[in-house]
Design a protein around this ligand. Structure first.
Ligand code: PGA
Length: 240
């Protein structure tokens, strides 16, 4: 793993955005893996700024998002589909049909999971994937305790419900289930950028980078990936 520490979250996010920008310039038909959450927002803003400056063209880009809540539809203010349009897709020239987020309204969620992995493979695999990490070490909604391989349906843990309730009226409103790319789906990406910011992420960052590869910290599996760049702010790097 390559590890870079920046002075603050804004700067680390900008660096992540620049790695994606370089990927788009090098390969205009890249397949990109995107993540939601508050961490990647400065990275997405960097991409929007570079698009507006005429540096980036998204017309041949295809994207896959890591995960989506089940039980709320795409018009819900907290759906990850809506998040991606609000923060990135509606602000650049990516064709809407080129973006894919797991569909919680699919008639069969099991079929949607299988089809999602097949669609990633059919697109040629993900060239560059951005990840965030949960306080409990999760990546996407792959919660501690196992390393599920493919895209699957998950029950959110109490810790993730607690962490995400800030986006909802109350913890009771946080969906209990989600569709998530598996650890195997994520590890198949050719290159991964892990962005970690904030003092609350310091223990998870240390477990991921310095701890054993153990499903107690699902992100620790990234130690086995050949091409991972970890970008942290100084607060998240405090326990390294
Ligand atoms: P956050 O979420 O960026 O909102 O902290 C990251 C995650 O839970 O994976």
């Amino acid at each position: 793993m390559k590890v870079h520490v920046y002075k603050d979250a804004e700067t680390a996010g900008k660096a992540a955005g620049l790695l994606f920008a370089a990927q788009i310039i090098r390969k205009p038909a890249s397949v990109l893996g995107f993540a939601t959450g508050s961490t990647p927002l400065p990275a997405y803003q960097t991409l929007v700024n570079l698009y507006e400056a005429g540096v980036l063209d998204f017309s041949n880009i295809r994207t896959f998002n890591l995960d989506e809540y089940a039980g709320i539809d795409r018009s819900h203010s907290q759906s990850y589909y809506r998040f991606m349009f609000d923060n990135l897709f509606s602000k650049v020239n990516i064709p809407p049909e080129s973006v894919r987020v797991p569909n919680p309204a699919a008639t069969s969620l099991e079929a949607e999971c299988a089809e999602y992995d097949a669609a990633i493979d059919a697109a040629g695999g993900i060239d560059l994937q951005i990840l965030g990490i949960g306080n409990n070490g999760h990546i996407a909604f792959n919660e501690p305790g196992s390393f599920p391989f493919g895209t699957h349906i998950v029950e959110l843990t109490p810790s993730t419900i607690e962490a995400n309730k800030r986006f909802f009226d109350s913890a009771d409103d946080v969906p209990r289930k989600a569709i998530s790319m598996g650890i195997g789906s994520i590890m198949k990406a050719r290159e991964i950028v892990m962005l970690i910011t904030g003092a609350n992420k310091a223990p998870a960052a240390a477990a991921m980078i310095n701890g054993p590869v153990d499903s107690a910290c699902p992100a620790s599996i990234l130690q086995m990936h050949p091409n991972v760049t970890v970008l942290l702010d100084s607060a998240a790097a405090a326990m390294l």
